[in-house]
Design a protein around this ligand. Structure first.
Ligand SMILES: [Zn+2]
Length: 229
């Protein structure tokens, strides 16, 4: 016999009823404009873009770039880290490039990123410290960061992190193979500003013909000059 909740415990469906209602209205709004919308989505997804971004709730991929379901393939984790040892991220990239034939991959960091800020603190945060370890290494790789005040150091590290993760993506086997076979797929490193909702100028763009190492070094130098005039 199924256990019954005591009357004082609200059912999950009641607690989240407003979200279910939001969903109903959302479906209503979309089908009012295009009655076939979900039928078409069910048949296939053919997005042109992949988004690799932070988990932060203030940085929702589709809304920021004004795209509907089916138009952007999304992978998110804390501080938009791209590691070739991360099976989750690499599987998503492989599917995006080899199956969906994605044309553009956007690696989007954001200012005031909790993961990046934590990497700059000299204290333990728990398991997350293992995840943000590669971001911590940016301090050693770019010693000039130590001379900046905290807000600038945070901003500069967010930018350098996007360059680093874009470079890691360019170095992964999936992209290397795609490019060697002539597939056109570009990597775009972006920064999103949570305080005004705007995407800033790209910090890096890597395509099939560019040398990722040279492009990353040049992007890092531009960031250094901007923060250390
Ligand atoms: Zn973040």
């Amino acid at each position: 016999m199924a256990a019954r909740l005591p009357p004082s415990v609200p059912r999950m469906s009641d607690i989240l009823a407003h979200l279910i209602e939001n969903n109903r209205r959302w479906v209503q709004g979309i089908t009012a404009q295009d009655p076939e919308f979900f039928k078409k989505l069910e048949r296939q997804q053919r997005p042109e873009y992949m988004w690799i971004g932070c988990c932060d709730s203030r940085v929702p991929a589709n809304e920021i770039i004004g795209l509907l379901p089916g138009e952007v393939f999304v992978h998110r984790n804390v501080a938009n880290v791209v590691l070739t040892s991360d099976l989750n991220c690499m599987s998503a990239v492989q599917y995006a490039v080899e199956v969906l034939g994605i044309r553009h991959i956007i690696v989007c960091g954001h200012y005031n990123c909790g993961g990046v800020n934590a990497s700059l603190e000299d204290m333990a945060h728990g398991l997350i410290d293992y995840w943000i370890w590669p971001i911590k290494q940016l301090q050693r790789k770019h010693p000039w960061l130590a001379g900046l005040d905290t807000p600038r150091r945070r901003d500069a590290t967010c930018e350098l992190n996007v360059v680093e993760q874009s470079f890691n993506l360019a170095e992964c086997k999936v992209l290397k193979r795609a490019w060697s076979e002539g597939q056109e797929v570009d990597i775009h490193g972006w920064l999103y500003d949570v305080k005004d909702g705007r995407v800033r100028d790209p910090v890096i763009r890597i395509d099939r013909v560019g040398d990722a190492r040279t492009l990353a070094a040049s992007a890092e130098e531009t960031i250094r000059r901007r923060h250390c005039p």
